[in-house]
Design a protein around this ligand. Sequence first.
Ligand code: SAM
Length: 292
Amino acid sequence: EIPAIASPARTRAIMEAYGLTFKKSLGQNFLTDINILNKIVAAAEVTPEDDVIEIGPGIGALTEQLAKKAHQVLALEIDTRLLPVLAETLAPYDNVQVVHQDVLQADLKALIAKYFDGKHNLKIVANLPYYITTPIILHLLETKIDFERIVVMMQKEVADRLAATPGTKDYGSLSVAVQYEMAAKVAFIVPKTVFIPQPKVDSAIIVLEKKQVKENEPLDEAFFNKMVKGIFLHRRKSLWNNLQGFYGKTPAIKEKLAHALGKAQIEPGIRAEKLSIAQMVALADALVSEKI
Ligand code: SAM
């Protein structure tokens, strides 16, 4: 049995052996607790049926645990200093590929075609670099790749927004963007103490699961996404005021807005945060048919 990469002592020893410091600017807070790693892999339900993409392997602590369960693991790391480290720490695992990539620039479709056989489920499992959590989530959704599960660690505060339900203070355009495609839930909270160095904020593991049946498919997805951002611009204002602020206040536009709200059976005085995704889709579709 090879000793796990994830322990405070081994993490410090590896960094020292390579003369490396943790780069704050790259969100380098490494996990050093094997129990937390096992819980992450369990939440992702990783099996030999799965090909897994990991974002930001660091020195390979999570990568190693994924390699033990998955068919193939592809890890994208931006920091060139870590590549020789990963070559050494992951040498015992022949089902791992590490590529030097900025995840936000990466062509994930091309990487998947190159490294995976197309016969396995696709999952994303990662301890995300926190300075770009939201861009990464939006980037993953934009690829339109059918990830069966996305299980990622992030700031607790962002996780709460992703999983928020209508009527709560955390519910916003990010909740809608995610939950439109995937069911979201916070699996568990992770204390700061299991990282080196310790981050300033608490962390949480979020599980995003592909919705098998999309209940709500807008006529025009780009229009829908813009409208959602528009109606959440001023959270304290009513839907009616936000719609006018976003689309305009001329009598002609007001009439179209009023028509659309009527058609979607939505009270103009309500706040966006009270609307379900289905109601937002109904409103977007009504606005599209009003040719606003
Ligand atoms: N997976 C390791 C762990 O759990 O210990 C490290 C996680 S650490 C929070 C985030 C990792 O993402 C770092 O290794 C960092 O270098 C890498 N990273 C930062 N920005 C990135 C980017 N744009 N693309 C790919 N990796 C990135």
